[in-house]
Each structure stands twice: as structure tokens, then as C-alpha cells.
Design a protein around this ligand. Structure first.
Ligand SMILES: NC(=O)c1ccc[n+]([C@@H]2O[C@H](COP(=O)([O-])OP(=O)(O)OC[C@H]3O[C@@H](n4cnc5c(N)ncnc54)[C@H](O)[C@@H]3O)[C@@H](O)[C@H]2O)c1
Ligand SMILES: [Zn+2]
Length: 752
């Protein structure tokens, strides 16, 4: 079985054991469990310290570790000197020279909550009882626990002579060449350096550096680094220090190893001295004295747990130390960690768990969101059973399969997400993800536009979308319905009183039922009905926005309404016509056209209109008089145009501020005539209405053809084209006035 699977299996057994103990059942034999725990913890340590991988989350690892410690404590006969509980870190890599540490670099004991911090402090008080006066409560210093890699820097006569990793605590790797590239590590100490000093601290990668580095790696087609800690570990262990230099690592100091200098009295003073030697020391350190330092330390830990995202580096906890060095000396060490310090660990933000299934949910704009159903797991302090998988491509790029062990991440307020699968833990039973082809809620066929990451349900009657749609429809920027908030929107949809947007305007016929609803006394119901009535006369742009068409926000709705007189005109427009409107891009145009292509959606609009909702542009919504190119001129369209549909032509005319009517009269300014024009052309000629063909319309729209003919067209000054002369009887054609512009549609984007 793969390591991660074994680790999770063990965790499940430990949890089950704890509950059977609580219920009084006999505990399972410990020997086998201890052996297996040791093996798995060793394996996880190898992956973590040597390969820079985290097969399980840190919290999961810590729980296994804790379980082993507890078993060993309860069964002293099973103790063993080479148990991982007595060791530090991992084996140094062969590629580097080994460095024996004169004084071992240790690990730290862990506390996972304030109670455990307090227990640790009580133990200290007891141990110190012999060396302190009664009632002395040692002050504590709290430092952020940065998530990087421990380094021991040896300075002799102020010069950096060696830098070593922690390794297994006793023997580390000589990484001097690489560490010399870290700018924050001085090659020569400042102030009055002692003959010899070992500075201890952490090499780390800033979050911002990590992100830049990953962007670079991805751009070059290389595999991104999993997290900043991996980044720091991998960069320090480069055989080529030029690469380490590129990785821009940082460093900060947190302690002093063996030194020839006289010792300071406290950790606080030691760090001030280290700072004076020119080493970076974090300014987030705080010292707590008084009667109950633990209460203050716990508050410090909680505050940083909340604010960890505000830092440009990852912290995984707070290290709490006894401030006085003589007390530290008196407290000493257990096998692998000092007694005078403890790491308060924050809940890890990543955990490994099983992906049980993938569900698909429908959002307001109809986007189908794949949702991971997980074996519940603790991440970042809460239990997570669901996580986002973003979209089809995200799943495919990472090859995430149902049944996989996956890494789940939850950082800050962000929704939990599945980061990656552990492909090495596969059994072959895993199933690839299949995106549904129809909406899981209403069964309509899903659509995916080019350049869109989402599959969408575009039906207006989709119940899953309805709730979110109603909410949006009644909101302030849309129909602004007084008396209706998010809550009542949900309530009305849930009870089935509202099954479509038009149903809102049918509520007045169901007043009794409304009042009968829980929480809807008469007053509230009447306020809602009045609010609905008032909303019927809202501007067209508000209605259009309220329909929740993708990409149609408030501004776009206003722009569209500036170009069309009513909903019918918008429904009839082609993508090209809409794109011709200034401020409307191809995506929006396509989205609007597709929305109206659905019978359901057209029915919704028709029903709203029939129920008295305004679907026509209000006078104040029209583009200001004279601002539009066509300036309110009236057009009639007849015959078949060479390249555009009549609806298309109409939309373009309206978009430029013209009007289109059905029959030719004295008030008609232009007849747009295509092939087989018929009686309308005759009528126009009879009435002296100016006739345009498609190229002349485009010229007119491009501003290349004057709107008004220069003074009652005098035949002798007009140059004529072959087409114009072919129709000898006709009034001078508009296109006779100027040379033809290219009809490519260039410049059509800015009609007004
Ligand atoms: N996910 C996994 O599979 C996996 C496997 C092994 C280990 N781990 C993680 O590693 C931890 C154990 O590693 P560890 O033994 O290095 O212990 P540790 O990381 O919990 O604590 C010791 C280290 O803390 C660092 N540190 C940072 N700031 C410090 C400060 N101000 N003062 C002193 N030290 C400071 C030092 O590098 C020191 O070596 C586990 O708790 C777990 O989180 C995870
Ligand atoms: Zn649907």
C-alpha cells in the first residue's frame, strides 16, 4: 500500500481505537501498531526531509507522531532508541560533505492548543522549583515559527566559515557555497564579533518570491514548486550555487549555538546581540512576564493564527521559549527537543484525504461547478467534506480522478480546494471525471463557449439557478423591489410560489397564500406586492440587467438599451449587430444572442411584458438627441440584402440612433433596398424617399456618406455610378454622392 494510504489508514484506526477505548472495549494489541507507526512515520520523514514532499498534511503527521509518543509512554517495554520519537529530521544527502554539529540541533515539542501550552508551563514550574524561589513565574518569549529550513552558520573572527543544515541533528550537510548567495547572511559580522560563534536560524523563501519563481517555471514549461518550504529546501540543496542565487532565499536568526562570547542573561538580550552583529532578526518577537504569561502567550498565538496571511512568508506556528538562559540550562533536554521551548502549531492548511465523488452544482449564471465530495478531514482547523474543483479543465490538467487520495487546501477565508492527486497512491480502481452534458438540475443541454472555462445551463427556468436569479432580479441595481430581500426570495422559491421570474408578478393573485406563509403577515405581504407593482415601470436597462444574462452587468445593460428601443429589437439582433455597438465585445454579443435563442427565455420576457412589466426603452434611456449618428431618422427595409439579414441591418440602424418601421410613408427618410425589393421600392420612388443599398448603408454608418443630400439633388452636379445609371428612372441614389468605402465594416465599433 502506498505510504499516504497507510498513513490515513493508521489515522482511522487510531481514531477508532480512541472511541472503542471510550466505550470500554478492549484496546487492540499495541506492538503491531507501534511497529507500523514507526515505519510510516519514518517513511513520511524521508519524503519530507529528503525529498521535500508532504504525502500527508503536517497536522496528520503530527497526530501520528503524537499517537506513537503516547503508545510508547503507556508501554515502556516497547521503547526503542531508534524510534522516530527519539530522532531529529532526516539523513543528510550523500552529495554534500557532512558536518558534525558540536552541539546538536534539535526538534521542538508541540502544543496544539492553549491547554497544552499551559500544561507545558506547569511542568516547567515544577522542574524549576529546585532552582527558583517559590512563586517565581519565568517570563516567556514568543517568536514566529517560520516554515523553512534550519541552518547553523559558523563565524570565526567575524568571517562566515561554514553553513550547515540540521540533517539528523548531529550530522548535517555542508551548504556553505549555497548559503553565501543568500543576501541576508553577512559574510562578515558587524560590531565586535567574538572569536567564534554559531548563529542558528531559518532559511526561507518569501511568498512573493515563491509566486514569481513558480510563474517563471510554469512559463518555461517546468513543474512548479509545491510550497515555499519545499522551495527553500530544494534551493539550498542545489549542487550548483548559481541556481540557489536565482532562488533569492531569505534568512532570519533565532538563536545562538556554541560561542566564545560570554552568554547574555536572556533570549531577548541574545537576539539583540545577534542583531548587533548584522544578522536579520524578526521584529515580531514579544516577551511576556507577569503572573500569567501563558494567557498572554496564548493570545499572541491566536492573533498570529488569524493574521498569518498578512505576512510575506509562511509561518506554521509560534515558538515559545523560557527567556532566562540560566533557567533554560536548568531545564535541559529530552531525547530530541529542549524542555525550555515548545512549538505552538497552527492547524495545517493542507491535508490528504480520499475524493469520494464529484458532484455538479449550478450557479446563478448557470455555470456548472464541479464539487469534490471528500472523506471528511480536518484542514486549517475545520472539518472539510467538500471542496471546489473549479472547472473541467482544472480537473483534467491535474488528472484528478474519483477515488484518488488528494491534497486539500484551505487558506484564510478562501473556499477549500483540491490541489492535486497523489498519483503514486493509485490502485487502478480510480475513475476519470466526466462532465455532464445536461444540466443536473433541469436537464437542459449544457453549452460551453470558446474561451470560457465553464459549461453552462442557459435555461431561464432552471430551478437551481432560479433562486439565485430571483435574488439578483429583485436586488437594488436591478428591479429594486422594496420589501423583498435575499431571505424572502429564497422562501418564495422554496415554497414553490415562485417558479419563474414572471411568477413574481402573479403573486398579487395569490395574496392569501402569501399571507399564509410563515413570517409573511399582511403588512409584509402588501409591502412586497406594492414593491412589485412599482417595479413594473423600471427603466429597460434595469430589467435587462435583472435577467441575469452572462456578461450583462449594469453598464452593459445601459449600453445595449442605448442601441435598441425594446426587448423585441434586442431579441432579434445578431451578434454582428450587437458587436457593432460601441462598448459591446464579441463575448457579450454572443452571450446575449444565445440567451434569446432559448425559447424559455423569450417566453419569460413575453410573460413579463404581458404582466405589465415595462419592456420598452424609457425616453431618458435613449441616447441624447443629436448625439447619435442617424439622429432619429426613419428607415424601412425591404428585399434581400447581400451580406446581412434584415434583423442585423435593423439592429445596426437602431444602434446608430435610427428607427425602423414597417411601411413606407412620407415620414420615411430612407428605404434600405435589397434584391427583389418589390412594391416598397415603387412606393419610395413615388414619394421621393431616398433609397440605399447595403454598401451605402455601411458608408452612412461609417460617416462616409452624408445624412442629408446637398440641396435638392441637382442631377448635373451628381456623379453617378453604373448601378445608379442602370436605374434611369430612379431618384438619384444616395450612393451616387461619394465614392464607395470598403464595406468591410471597419470602424463600425464606434457608432456613437
Ligand atoms: N507532512 C509530512 O508528511 C511531514 C513529515 C515529516 C515532518 N513534517 C513536519 O515537520 C514537523 C517536524 O519537524 P521538525 O522536527 O523540524 O520540528 P519542527 O519543524 O516542528 O520544529 C523545529 C524547527 O523549527 C524551526 N524554527 C522556526 N522558527 C524557530 C524559532 N523562532 N526558534 C526555534 N526554531 C524555529 C527550526 O528550523 C527548527 O529546526 C512536523 O511537526 C510536521 O509539521 C511533516
Ligand atoms: Zn439547468
Amino acid at each position: 500500500m502506498a505510504l499516504a494510504s497507510r498513513a490515513l489508514d493508521l489515522l482511522a484506526r487510531i481514531d477508532a481505537g480512541a472511541s472503542s477505548e471510550a466505550s470500554g472495549d478492549a484496546a487492540p494489541a499495541p506492538e503491531a501498531l507501534v511497529d507500523e507507526l514507526r515505519e510510516v512515520i519514518r517513511g513520511l520523514g524521508r519524503a519530507y526531509y529528503t525529498e521535500g514532499e508532504s504525502p500527508v498534511g503536517d497536522t496528520q503527521y503530527d497526530r501520528l507522531f503524537r499517537a506513537l509518543q503516547e503508545l510508547e509512554a503507556a508501554h515502556p517495554e516497547l521503547a526503542s532508541g531508534d524510534s522516530p520519537t527519539h530522532r531529529v529530521g532526516g539523513t543528510p544527502l550523500e552529495a554534500f560533505e557532512k558536518v558534525r554539529h558540536p552541539v546538536a540541533l534539535l526538534s521542538l515539542g508541540n502544543a496544539f492548543n492553549a491547554d497544552e501550552l499551559r500544561e507545558w508551563y506547569e511542568r516547567i514550574l515544577k522542574s524549576l522549583a529546585d532552582v527558583t524561589d517559590e512563586g517565581v513565574r519565568p517570563a516567556l518569549v514568543a517568536e514566529l515559527k517560520i516554515d523553512g529550513l534550519a541552518l547553523a552558520l559558523t563565524y570565526e573572527n567575524g568571517r562566515l566559515v561554514r553553513a550547515a543544515t540540521r540533517g539528523d541533528g548531529t550530522v548535517g550537510e555542508d551548504v556553505t557555497r549555497n548559503v553565501r548567495t543568500i543576501r541576508q547572511v553577512p559574510l562578515a559580522l558587524a560590531g565586535e564579533p567574538p572569536e567564534a560563534v554559531e548563529i542558528r536560524g531559518e532559511a526561507y523563501m518569501k511568498r512573493s518570491t515563491f509566486e514569481e519563481l513558480n510563474a517563471d517555471l510554469v512559463a518555461r514549461g517546468e513543474k512548479p514548486i509545491a510550497n515555499p518550504r519545499n522551495g527553500a529546501a530544494g534551493s539550498l540543496r542545489q549542487l550548483d550555487s548559481a541556481i540557489t542565487a536565482q532562488r533569492r532565499l531569505s534568512f532570519w536568526a533565532y538563536g545562538v549555538g556554541p560561542t566564545s562570547a560570554p552568554l547574555a542573561a536572556t533570549q531577548t538580550e541574545t537576539m539583540e546581540w545577534v542583531q548587533g552583529l548584522g544578522l536579520p532578526v524578526p521584529d515580531t518577537r514579544a516577551t511576556f512576564g507577569g503572573d500569567d504569561p501563558i494567557a498572554e502567550v496564548a493570545a499572541f498565538c491566536e492573533a498570529w493564527a488569524d493574521q498569518r496571511d498578512s505576512l510575506d512568508y509562511e509561518i506554521d506556528g509560534v515558538v515559545v521559549k523560557v527567556d532566562r538562559l540560566d533557567f533554560q540550562a536548568a531545564l535541559g533536554f529530552v531525547s530530541n527537543a529542549p524542555r525550555w521551548a515548545i512549538a505552538y502549531k497552527f492547524p495545517a492548511r493542507e491535508a490528504t484525504t480520499r475524493l469520494l465523488d464529484i458532484e455538479h452544482n449550478v450557479g446563478r449564471t448557470g455555470a456548472i461547478k464541479p464539487l469534490a465530495i471528500l472523506e471528511p478531514v480536518g484542514v486549517g482547523g475545520v472539518t472539510v467534506g467538500r471542496a471546489t474543483l473549479h472547472n473541467e479543465d482544472y480537473i483534467a490538467e491535474r488528472d484528478i480522478r474519483i477515488g484518488d487520495l488528494v491534497v486539500v487546501k484551505r487558506a484564510g477565508d478562501v473556499i477549500p480546494q483540491v490541489v492535486k492527486p497523489l498519483a503514486e497512491a493509485r490502485t487502478g480502481e480510480e475513475k476519470p471525471h466526466v462532465m455532464p452534458t445536461v444540466c443536473p438540475s433541469c436537464g437542459s443541454e449544457l453549452e460551453r463557449l470558446e474561451d470560457d472555462a465553464e459549461w453552462r445551463c442557459v435555461s431561464a427556468t432552471c430551478p437551481a439557478q432560479l433562486q439565485r436569479l430571483v435574488e439578483h432580479f429583485v436586488a437594488r441595481g436591478a428591479m429594486d423591489i422594496d420589501g423583498m430581500g435575499k431571505k424572502s426570495a429564497h422562501f418564495l422559491v422554496e415554497t414553490g410560489l415562485v417558479q419563474s421570474l414572471p411568477d413574481l408578478y402573479r403573486l398579487d393573485q395569490r395574496r392569501d397564500e402569501l399571507i399564509a406563509l410563515e413570517g409573511f403577515q399582511e403588512k409584509k405581504a402588501d409591502r412586497l406586492l406594492a414593491g412589485l407593482e412599482a417595479s413594473k415601470s423600471r427603466p429597460l436597462a434595469r430589467l435587462l440587467f435583472g435577467l441575469g444574462i452572462r456578461f450583462v452587468g449594469q453598464t452593459v445593460a445601459e449600453t445595449l438599451v442605448g442601441a435598441v428601443e425594446d426587448m423585441d429589437a434586442l431579441a432579434a439582433a445578431t451578434p454582428e449587430a450587437l458587436e457593432a455597438v460601441f462598448g459591446i465585445g464579441p463575448e457579450t454579443a454572443q452571450s446575449v444572442v444565445e440567451w434569446f435563442a432559448h425559447e424559455d427565455n423569450r417566453q419569460t420576457v413575453a410573460d413579463l411584458a404581458a404582466l405589465g412589466v415595462n419592456t420598452t426603452r424609457l425616453p431618458e434611456e435613449a441616447p441624447a438627441e443629436g448625439s447619435a449618428l442617424l439622429d432619429g431618422r426613419t428607415f424601412v427595409i425591404t428585399g434581400t440584402l447581400p451580406s446581412m439579414s434584415r434583423a442585423d441591418a435593423k439592429a445596426r440602424i437602431v444602434a446608430a440612433g435610427g428607427k425602423v418601421t414597417g411601411s413606407v410613408s412620407k415620414k420615411t427618410d430612407f428605404l434600405l433596398a435589397g434584391e427583389a425589393a418589390g412594391s416598397k421600392l415603387d412606393k419610395a420612388q413615388e414619394l421621393g424617399v431616398r433609397v440605399l443599398d447595403e454598401p451605402s448603408l455601411l458608408a452612412l454608418l461609417a460617416g462616409d456618406l452624408p445624412l442629408d443630400l446637398p440641396e435638392e439633388s441637382e442631377p448635373e452636379t451628381a456623379t453617378t455610378t453604373p448601378e445608379a445609371t442602370a436605374d434611369a428612372e430612379a431618384e438619384p441614389l444616395a450612393n451616387a454622392e461619394t465614392p464607395m468605402p470598403p464595406s468591410s465594416g471597419e470602424g463600425q465599433g464606434s457608432l456613437f
